[in-house]
Write a protein of this length. Sequence first.
Length: 356
Amino acid sequence: MQPTTRCKPLSCTYCYLPFRKVDNVMPLGVAEAVAASVNPWAAAAPGFEVVWHGGEPLACGRDHLRRLMEPFHGVKHSVQTNAVLLDDAWCDFLLDHDVHVGVSIDGPEHLNTHRATSAGHPAYRVIMRGIERLKRHRIPFSAIAVVSDPRPEQAAEFYEFFVNLGCGTLGVNVEEEEGVNTVRGTYDRERARDFWTALTAAWQANPVVQVREISRVLAYAGAVLEGAGTTGPAALPWDPLPTVAYDGGVILVSPELAGFTDARFGDFTTGNVLDTPLSVLLAEADQRTSWLPEFWQGVDSCQAECRFFDFCGGAHPANRYFEHGGRMDGTRTRYCTTAKIALLEGVTRHAQRISR
């Protein structure tokens, strides 16, 4: 759920959002329409999660976010925040509504140069101020970090920062070329692999923070060793991972496509919850989503030619689109190479080293 497109007060250089400086705010009717489909699902699946993300969710204000949450019943609410707006009143709100908190921060101060305020000032200290407020209120949190330059010599320092930060889990995103971010990283597969190897070594020496990417590889490797056959994303039912934009438009799989238009695919939406129930949009996704047929062709090509497909499941739509000149049927992307292939190679190489 995208409560606002505004990413107040930050303007990170790697951000993919096209309207991050615009105050587009989700109307209450959108949340009510989504809840009509979600509430029955939540009743049947305890732990059903609604994530408020895509812009800075706190920028829409406490009262409005509370009203957006009210129509939902039996769900677990989460926010992904840059932490800058966190104050004592927000902490009370998060506790009162039992909201899980994810914080976006890229590691120690010298690795946070891409995270800046709208005025161009370094954001590290104001982010840390917000995190300290969470800790004072004893609010547990997870973290997501963007790594723009995966340098193996910095992996240990990077990991220990999050150990000392006190987060429970860490997601590591290698910077991607997508949306309005057209920067292409200069790192290669070997360098990225060395980074993942070094990060795995740092984690293995002090495994107090769960690293999302390492956990995925270990779960995959464990299933393979147990003879489970096809075990990766390719073996799972298709997860549409719907993102509901501020105006009710539904984007599947890749929220990074929200806000963009294409001559062939239109606005990439499957439809709008103000016109059609979310349950219907998902049930009829193949017929209603203009870009899906071309995307499935690309997935089939990945499966035919890539030996990593069982683990990866094929490139994400947004990476395909922005890296392959507007095509959804391209195969390998730079994101595949650095965040999937190099990840699998890096973690397994560390495992081989310690088993000798």
